[in-house]
Structure formats: structure tokens, C-alpha cells
Design a protein around this ligand. Structure first.
Ligand code: IMP
Ligand code: MG
Length: 171
């Protein structure tokens, strides 16, 4: 097990999630979106964020695969699709982290083809240094340097997801 150095603490995450929820509540006043979580990294962020949103948000999930170890493979594929018909719905994609943006571009294009009323994106973390996608998130929690992070849902080889904070891996 490698050591993990805290990058964003549990308290900082909690505060940021509240701020994001406030922004989202303001934007969707009276008309809560369908939350589409991108598994598995979104699980804690979606759980915490959704409980601070006003109104009854429906929740669905997609599973996408684009990563192999610590670097993006560039190849994106769907492992599990939505169960919900999103046509005419206000959809909010919930991501743990947007790195190159390839996953998000792929998902956004796919969902747009299903004719939602609106499609927006919230991500807890964003790496501006490595982003080269076509779809920039509408709501961003933290911008972080271009390094690999784990915790609060994010993994390396399925480990470290259940850390309460976001950290960088030591040696
Ligand atoms: P992208 O397609 O390069 O933007 O990567 C998207 C997905 O890769 C994210 O939703 C994460 O699941 C995963 N990912 C990207 N960067 C990291 C990281 O630093 N730690 C853990 N997972 C990451
Ligand atoms: Mg993800």
C-alpha cells in the first residue's frame, strides 16, 4: 500500500459540495435535474451533492471505461447504459474528475443524441493542464494540477476509493 498525502481535506470537500449544491439549486430552481452519475468514481460525490439539492432529483448511472492504471488509454467504451429515457429531461452529469475530457466528450455527445431538454455537467475535480476535450464542465469544484489523485470515490486499480479525502499517492 503506497502512502497517500492529503490534497483536499474532508472539510474542504464538504464545504465545496455545499457551494456547488447552492449554485445548482439556484440554476434549476423548481425544476430539479435528472442526475446521471458516471460510475464508479462519482458515488460519494453524487451521494453528498444530491442530498443537498432541492426537490426530487431522479438518479441514474452509466459506467464508462477509459482508464488503465494512472494514464488515460484514450479509448472510451460503455459498460452500462442508463435505464432512463432522457428525451425532454433536464440532465446533469455528475463526474468525480475531468482529466483529458475524453470520457466527458464521449458521454455528452451520446446523451445529446438522445435529445434531453438540457445537458450540463458538474465535476468535483478538473485538471485544466491536461484537458483537451470539447465539453467543459459547467460546475467545477476544484481545479487541480496534472497529477494522479485517489480517494472520495477515485481509485487506482480499485483501491483507495473509500478514503474520506482526496490525496496524491506517494511511493
Ligand atoms: P478523462 O477521460 O481523461 O477526462 O478521464 C476521465 C475518468 O478517468 C474520470 O472520470 C476518472 O474516473 C478517471 N480519472 C482521471 N483522472 C484521474 C485521477 O487522477 N485519479 C483517478 N481517476 C482518474
Ligand atoms: Mg469517472
Amino acid at each position: 500500500m503506497r502512502s497517500v498525502e492529503t490534497l483536499i481535506s474532508e472539510d474542504e470537500i464538504r464545504e465545496k459540495v455545499s457551494e456547488l449544491a447552492e449554485l445548482i439549486n439556484g440554476d434549476y430552481a423548481g425544476n430539479p435535474p435528472l442526475l446521471v452519475g458516471i460510475l464508479k468514481g462519482c458515488i460519494y460525490f453524487l451521494a453528498d451533492l444530491s442530498r443537498q439539492l432541492h426537490g426530487h432529483c431522479a438518479i441514474d448511472f452509466m459506467a464508462i471505461e477509459s482508464y488503465d492504471g494512472e494514464s488515460s488509454t484514450g479509448a472510451v467504451k460503455i459498460r452500462m447504459d442508463l435505464a432512463t429515457n432522457i428525451e425532454g429531461r433536464d440532465v446533469l452529469i455528475v463526474e468525480d474528475i475531468v482529466d483529458t475530457g475524453m470520457t466527458l466528450s464521449y458521454v455528452a455527445e451520446l446523451l445529446m443524441s438522445r435529445k434531453p431538454r438540457s445537458l450540463r455537467v458538474v465535476t468535483l475535480l478538473f485538471k485544466p493542464g491536461s484537458f483537451k476535450g470539447s465539453c467543459k464542465p459547467d460546475f467545477i469544484g476544484f481545479e487541480i494540477p496534472n497529477e494522479f489523485v485517489v480517494g472520495y470515490g477515485m481509485d487506482l486499480g480499485e483501491e483507495y476509493r473509500n478514503l474520506k479525502f482526496v490525496g496524491r499517492l506517494g511511493t
